[in-house]
Ligand binder design. Sequence first.
Ligand code: ITT
Length: 193
Amino acid sequence: MTIWFATGNLHKKQELAAILSGHIIKIPAENGIDFDPEETGSTFFENALLKARCLYRLTGEPVIADDSGLCVDALDGRPGIYSARYGSSGEKKLDSRQRNRLLLGEMEGKENRSARFVCSMVLLLSEDQFYAVQETLEGEIILKERGGGGFGYDPILLIPGLDRTVAELSEEEKNSLSHRGKAGKAIAKLLES
Ligand code: ITT
């Protein structure tokens, strides 16, 4: 099946394409579609549905959308749905490394290091027919970045049972336990049924 993925994030595309390997995953940027909807929702789910609907209106074909982020307990769940924009304002845009440094700075001296990645994923089959799943990957904010794999906040989330950060996992290992991997597998099952 050919499915659109409502994302501009190539890392997300690579991860999801590995899970939905029996399907063709198309993204707007690789198909000449200008796609950058304003994420105005107040939850991961609202933003995922908003992105899915926006691309469905442009393509008229089944769409998957993912809204995800890092929720840190000691920061009352921040950066949460604002993870991609954390520390940015107006012209000032931070890259991943700068965002990680900013977050480690905010976490200085905090005893409670618990945090999780959250991924809300929507499979939209037509304007009013969709399936939604939300998954997490539990971990702890490490003191200093570690690892060169993955993307975004992966170098600062430690998986305590493995004593490795998400950036120290192979792509297969990350997909086997990550928020996006688990959500993607649930969507894959739906597509098979
Ligand atoms: P799209 O909206 O185009 O899909 P995006 O990167 O802006 O791409 P989000 O709005 O969902 O996606 O923001 C998610 C941010 O949360 C992302 O930019 C990363 O900073 C972070 N994030 C999400 N999943 C992650 C993962 O698996 N590993 C590391 N960081 C992740």
